[in-house]
Design a binder for this molecule. Structure first.
Ligand SMILES: [Zn+2]
Ligand SMILES: [Zn+2]
Length: 612
């Protein structure tokens, strides 16, 4: 009785203009919410594909719908599921991909265990719900969903997520495919970053390509995507999309054309230049050694610190003056604490890298080290330092990550450009290609294209990557880096269905800072919502902040006006009740966002960690 009342109350709520629901196929209606929500309507009953913020419920009575029987989720991301907790109380059953049930029923465990530091698993689990939601049915690929006199074929279409499903349905007039975020408007995908599964390689892109081939095989008349516009005869545009994805695949699959370096232990490259190449990992640390017995490090990880004493004996240095770092990744900075303490070394880094090195917990980025290190000397772009008679120059050198720098050194008669992890050493005859990892903070207008231009400007004798051997920087090699970088960016621009393609690359365009906070019951936490506006026009972002039950957030709503291509931030505070019983657990804060009036959903979050 109570259930029915709640449901009727929602159905009777004042309804928006009738065009809120648009018939896109016979008996199939589209409601634009945080995602496209579709209703298949038969005899006053409806089955929904995805649910978004649930806004469709108050529109359906206008079509004479008296009962929503099921919601079928294409995948677990919050923009499709954020109000699923409403369903059970209203007698609406929930069906989700069988392999993604854990993101619904047991998602609180996922959050407790979710790795953030040293993260090399790029799958976008961060868009999972904050709280558990009961599931009525798991749907497996290759099965059918037959309820309410309807029959939907369940297709496994991994790509956007590993367990993503599409649903094929014959309306009696046309065959439609509800494809979730496998694709967006004709010829496009909603995001690139979701196709990154492992840190190295292109398994997600490969899955996406195979799933698009599945679409061609089933040749639906109409594709009904989770974002963007429905499109007729997708089989006609999928091949062109596949060609562009193949470009991204080829460039992302760089290990195929990289020449691995032997792991030989301490290794002398030239009179004043050494490298640690530990047998147990693909080492990174380069060491400049002066005639006076001083050393300067370019990167140092934790494992490499075990070799420093042996290195000092063999290379003949007695002290380490400084460590300069190429970027913030754990395998490049994890030994800094040791060399600061043991050798009194100073940490040098460029200004744009300082905060992520000092406060890694504030970020949700791959490969973070868990401790921050104080930067002792902040370098400017193109800053020159003569260290022990060796001329050094530091450069903003984005690419693999925005938080990256390069160092040009004139050592033993060669001009060496140390490039961090921007590139590997290519096999002879293959181009120099960048490492493109969206989640590292990759800029399309910038990134590798800017780095390649800088390399062409600097004309070093050698490009010196951290994990690989030196590459002779011939004009052809440098030109191949520029060309492959531009090719990658052009392919991304052509296929991302966003107001600006960068929004499909930058998963942190809106973020809550700090991302992780350690807290105790009774604490007050202070945050900023940060927004990067990639659009060429001013943008207005509204956020409704959602915190766990009994917690308070002030203010609960934020409005940011962000300049074209600019950034903005707004503060808020969260109070944790002293009665909070979350020992050893994590709680999730959510930002429900609207950009220029469009409801995007709970697309940003932050984690609060409670000690056991
Ligand atoms: Zn998604
Ligand atoms: Zn989506």
């Amino acid at each position: 009785m109570k259930r029915a009342l709640v449901f009727s109350a929602l159905l009777l709520a004042p309804s928006a203009p009738a065009q809120a629901l648009r018939e896109v196929a016979r008996g199939v209606y589209l409601f634009k919410d945080t995602c496209n929500v579709y209703a298949i309507v038969r005899d006053k009953r409806a089955v929904l594909i995805d649910f978004g913020s649930g806004g469709i419920l108050k529109e359906l009575p206008a079509l004479g719908v008296e009962k929503v029987a099921w919601v079928l989720q294409t995948h677990f991301h919050r923009d499709h599921t954020q109000e699923d907790a409403l369903l059970r109380a209203q007698g609406i059953r929930l069906a989700v991909p069988e392999s993604e049930r854990k993101y619904f029923e047991a998602v609180e465990n996922l959050w407790d265990e979710k790795r953030v530091f040293k993260l090399y698993d790029m799958r976008n689990e961060f868009l999972a719900l904050a709280r558990n939601v009961p599931v009525d049915r798991g749907l497996a690929p290759g099965t059918r969903f037959e309820e309410e006199g309807l029959r939907l074929e369940v297709l496994g279409t991994p790509g956007h997520t590993e367990g993503a499903l599409s649903f094929l349905f014959d309306t009696g007039r046309e065959r439609v495919l509800f494809c979730g975020d496998l694709a967006a408007s004709a010829g496009k995908i909603p995001t690139l970053h979701d196709l990154e599964w492992p840190y190295v390689g292109a398994r997600g892109i490969e899955a996406e390509m195979n799933s698009l081939k599945t679409v061609i095989r089933h040749a639906p008349d109409l594709l009904l995507p989770g974002h963007g516009a429905p499109s007729a005869k997708p089989a006609e545009w999928v091949p062109a999309l596949l060609v562009r994805l193949a470009t991204l695949y080829r460039i992302n699959d760089w290990p195929r054309t990289a020449e691995p370096r032997p792991r030989t232990g301490p290794f002398q490259i030239s009179k004043h230049l050494w490298q640690i190449r530990p047998p147990e990992i693909n080492g990174v640390a380069y060491i400049l050694v002066s005639d006076s017995g001083r050393a300067l490090l370019w990167d140092i990880n934790e494992i490499e610190t075990r070799y420093l004493e042996e290195m000092a004996r063999r290379a003949g240095f007695r002290g380490i003056d400084a460590v300069a770092v190429s970027h913030y990744h754990e395998d490049h900075v994890g030994g800094i604490g040791f060399v600061k303490e043991r050798y009194g070394a100073k940490l040098w880094a460029m200004s744009h890298m300082v905060d992520v090195i000092q406060n890694p917990a504030a970020y949700n980025l791959p490969c973070l080290w868990h401790e921050g290190f104080k930067v002792d000397r902040v370098l400017a772009d193109r800053e020159k330092i003569v260290w022990e008679g060796i001329p050094l120059q530091f450069f903003y050198l984005p690419g693999q990550t925005e938080y990256s720098e390069g160092m040009l050194a004139e050592v033993d008669g060669s001009r060496l450009l140390f490039t961090g992890d921007n590139v590997a050493k290519p096999l002879p005859g293959t181009p120099l290609v960048g490492h493109f990892v969206c989640r590292n903070f990759l800029k399309l207008d910038g990134g590798h294209v800017v780095a390649a231009r800088r390399l062409l400007e600097l004309r070093p004798d050698f490009v010196c990557p951290n994990h690989f051997g030196f590459t002779r920087a011939t004009p052809e090699v440098l030109e191949s880096y520029r060309a492959s970088s531009e090719e990658f960016v052009a392919a991304v621009r052509a296929i991302v269905d966003q107001p600006d393609p960068q929004l499909g690359v930058d998963n942190n365009w809106a973020s809550i800072y700090p991302y992780q906070a350690d807290a105790r019951p009774g604490d007050a936490l202070h945050y900023k919502l940060k927004v990067r506006n990639w659009l060429g026009a001013r943008s207005r972002v509204k956020a409704v902040l959602r915190v766990p039950e009994q917690w308070t957030v002030t203010p609960a709503t934020l409005d940011l006006d962000v300049n074209a291509r600019g950034e903005a931030e707004a503060p808020f505070s969260v109070e944790i009740p002293s009665t909070e019983n979350a020992r050893g657990r994590r709680r999730v804060l959510l930002g429900d966002l609207w950009r220029d009036g469009e409801h995007l959903g709970e697309v940003t979050e932050a984690l609060v960690n409670f000690a056991p």
